[in-house]
Design a protein around this ligand. Structure first.
Ligand code: KMH
Ligand code: ZN
Length: 274
């Protein structure tokens, strides 16, 4: 099996210090959390940024300083900014981090609209997905296809068929968001069986589902994403002190299952990054 790529989603746009005081907001905190994840074995940092008070932002300038801070501490790590941002943001607002110079190596591409967490609507119309894909392609950036449900996988495959989404395709299956697909082995296997064999994929899941679903992905040859964006607990009732602790747990699971961990350059090779 290929070595395991671990992505750390270090803060997300939704979770706050009220739930876990270790969620990073400031540039310094973001740098520290990225470093802890990288040192533990993450080769990709999935990045959202916040204002100092925790408000999610897609400001290009805020991303620029956070990139700089992360690169200072872990120069070789792959940084994957979110183009999903937070619910309610405009498309232009969300796309800002892809216009950084130099362009980021990766960025997310969300593949459909959904009820997000119940009553909020995360809007990604087909026209918007095509627009995001074109802009990301134009910048020579590799997208991670974010799929919160099976219909999103089908949309990505249809847009690939039409030539909007380029090869090699890399998916991230997000399981257990209320309004999306459930975090069950049956559903994960269904998603994995729905993509062509030459694609790569990563798996993340919300809350207590994180480690079971990631373990299944490790066993099936997929890759793993953990981090405060998805889950704030190391184990039942025990808040994680850092993203590094969560990454470290994946490394332990992978070791037990005989799967080696990819460093950032090995991850670049697996994902076909230039
Ligand atoms: N914050 C969610 C509404 C992404 O990073 O592209 C969207 C999200 C997906 O987190
Ligand atoms: Zn995200």
């Amino acid at each position: 099996m290929e070595k395991l790529i671990i992505t750390a989603a270090i803060c997300g746009a939704e979770v706050t210090k009220e739930s876990n005081p270790n969620i990073p907001y400031t540039v310094e905190e973001i740098g520290k959390e990225a470093e802890s994840a990288y040192k533990a074995g993450a080769s990709i940092i999935h990045l959202h940024v916040r204002e100092d008070d925790g408000t999610p932002t897609q400001s290009k300038e805020r991303f620029r300083v956070c990139f700089e801070e992360i690169k200072k501490k872990c120069s070789n790590v792959i940084i994957q900014p979110s183009t999903g941002g937070a619910v309610g943001m405009s498309n232009e607002e969300r796309l800002q981090p892809i216009f950084l110079e130099p362009p980021p190596e990766m960025a997310t591409l969300d593949c459909g609209t959904m009820n997000f967490g119940g009553d909020e609507i995360f809007v990604n119309t087909e026209t918007a997905i095509i627009y995001f894909a074109k802009e990301i392609n134009n910048r020579g950036i590799k997208y991670e296809l974010e799929c919160f449900d099976k219909g999103m996988v089908d949309t990505a495959l249809r847009l690939h068929e039409k030539g909007y989404i380029k090869d090699p395709m890399h998916f991230n299956f997000v399981l257990g968001v209320v309004g999306g697909i459930n975090a069950t082995p049956r559903d994960l296997i269904f998603l994995v069986n729905s993509i062509p064999k030459n694609c790569t994929y990563s798996v993340c899941a919300i809350g207590r589902h994180e480690f079971p679903m990631v373990t299944l992905s490790i066993m099936m040859g997929g890759h793993a994403r953990v981090g405060f964006e998805d889950n704030i607990y190391l184990s039942k009732g025990v808040l994680a002190k850092s993203n590094g602790e969560l990454v470290n747990k994946v490394v332990r699971l992978a070791n037990e299952l005989g799967r080696e961990i990819a460093n950032p350059d090995e991850a670049r090779k697996i994902l076909g990054l230039k």
